[in-house]
Write a protein that binds this ligand. Structure first.
Ligand code: KG4
Ligand code: ZN
Length: 328
C-alpha cells in the first residue's frame, strides 16, 4: 500500500510517500524565510504559500519515489490543530486528490502524528510509553497506553516550549524560528551564566514558560551586555531542565519505562543530551526520532493515517472539516 501524506498545519508544506511504514520520500518546504521579517507566522501569507507550493511538491514527491498518481492507495492529511487557512489548503487538496484517484482519505490529528514519528523511527518500540510533545504550538505529556489510546497528563498553562524559545530569540535579535539558532549558540555558552528560574519545576505535571520569558526581559534590561551565547545556553538550560524533570516525574507516576520525545524542540541537542542521561540514572529509556521527523513533516501524517485506516477498515467521510483547536 502506497500512502501519500500531506501536512500544512502551520508554516511547513510537506508531502511524503510511504510504502507500508517504509518512508520513500518526505519532502518539507519551510516558509520560515517568508515569515522571518514579521517575527512569527502570518496566517494569510502561510495559506497563500501552501496553495502555491503544495501541487508542485506532490509531483516532486512522486518523481522522487519513482511512483505515479495511480500507485497511491491512501491519502492522509492533517485535520488539526493548526491555522485554519493553512489546514484548509491541505484538506481541500487531499479531498480533491482522493476523489480523483478514487482512494480513501484519512484525516489525522497533528499531535497524534507527532507521536507516530516515534513509531516510524523505532518500529519495535511498542506502547505503553510516555510521549513528550514539544513543538512551537504544544508542550504536552501524553500517556500512550496503546496506539490510538491517549491520555494527556500534563500541558502548558501559557506558552509552548518552542514558542518560549522563539520569543526569547526575538528578544535577542534572532530571526524566527529561533530554536535552531539558540541550539547552535548555546553550544558555545555557559549554561550557568544567567540564573533563570525553572517555573513550576517542583509541582505537578503542567508547564509554564511565560515567566521565563519575562525573566529574560528583566535580565536584559539590567545586564544588556551579556554574551548572546551565555544567554542562549542559560535560557535553553532552564527549558531543558523543566522539560526533563516533568517528563521523569510523569514516567514515575504512570510507571512507564519508555519515553518518546517528539515535535520540533525534540531536535534540540541539549535536550537530547540531558534527558537520556537523567533517565538512564533511573533505568528509563528515552527515544528521539531523527531531527527530520521531529519538526513538522508529512511522513508522520501518512504513518498515522495508515494506522487508522487499518484499524477502521475505511477512510474518513469526504466532508471532514478542518479542526483548528483539535485536542488529542
Ligand atoms: O513541530 P514543529 O516543527 O511545529 C509545530 O508543530 O509547532 O516545531 C517548531 C518549533 C519552533 O518553535 C522551533 O523554534 C523549534 O520547534 N525548534 C527547535 C529546534 N528545531 C526546531 N528548538 C530547539 N532546538 C532546535 N534544534
Ligand atoms: Zn507540529
Amino acid at each position: 500500500m502506497i500512502v501519500l501524506g500531506i501536512e500544512t498545519s502551520c508554516d511547513e508544506s510537506s508531502v511524503a510517500l510511504l510504502r507500508g511504514e517504509e518512508v520513500l520520500v518526505n519532502l518539507v518546504y519551510s516558509q520560515a524565510g517568508l515569515h522571518a521579517r514579521y517575527g512569527g507566522v502570518v496566517p494569510e501569507v502561510a495559506s497563500r504559500d501552501h496553495l502555491r507550493k503544495l501541487p508542485p511538491l506532490v509531483e516532486e514527491a512522486l518523481r522522487g519515489a519513482g511512483v505515479g498518481f495511480g500507485d497511491v492507495g491512501l491519502v492522509g492529511v492533517t485535520q488539526g490543530p493548526g491555522l485554519v487557512g493553512s489546514l484548509l489548503v491541505g484538506l481541500s487538496y487531499a479531498k480533491g486528490l482522493a476523489m480523483a484517484l478514487d482512494v480513501p482519505l484519512v484525516g489525522v490529528n497533528h499531535l497524534e502524528a507527532h507521536i507516530f514519528a516515534h513509531r516510524l523511527a523505532h518500529p519495535g518500540a511498542e506502547p505503553p510509553l510516555l510521549a513528550l510533545i514539544v513543538s512551537g504550538g504544544h508542550t504536552s505529556l501524553v500517556h500512550v497506553r496503546d496506539w490510538g489510546r491517549y491520555r494527556e497528563v500534563g500541558t502548558t498553562r501559557d506558552d509552548a516550549a518552542g514558542e518560549a524559545l522563539d520569543k526569547f530569540g526575538r528578544l535577542i535579535g534572532l530571526s524566527y524560528p529561533a530554536g535552531p539558532a539558540i541550539d547552535g549558540l548555546a553550544e558555545e555558552g555557559d549554561p550557568k551564566a544567567v540564573p533563570f528560574p525553572r517555573p513550576m519545576i517542583d509541582s505537578g505535571l503542567d508547564f509554564s514558560f511565560a515567566g521565563l520569558k519575562t525573566a529574560a526581559v528583566y535580565w536584559l534590561r539590567d545586564h544588556p551586555h551579556t554574551r548572546p551565547e551565555d544567554l542562549c545556553a542559560s535560557f535553553l538550560e532552564a527549558v531543558v531542565d523543566v522539560l526533563s524533570e516533568k517528563a521523569l516525574r510523569a514516567a514515575k507516576v504512570l510507571e512507564v519505562r519508555r519515553m518518546a520525545v517528539v515535535g520540533g524542540v525534540a531536535a534540540n541537542r541539549r535536550l537530547r543530551e540531558v534527558l537520556p542521561a537523567r533517565a538512564a540514572e533511573r533505568g528509563l529509556e528515552v527515544h528521539f526520532p531523527p531531527a527530520g521527523l521531529c519538526t513538522d513533516n508529512a511522513a508522520m501524517v501518512a504513518a498515522c493515517a495508515l494506522f487508522h485506516y487499518q484499524e477502521l477498515g475505511r477512510g474518513s467521510p469526504l466532508e471532514l472539516p478542518a479542526i483548528p483547536d483539535a485536542g488529542l
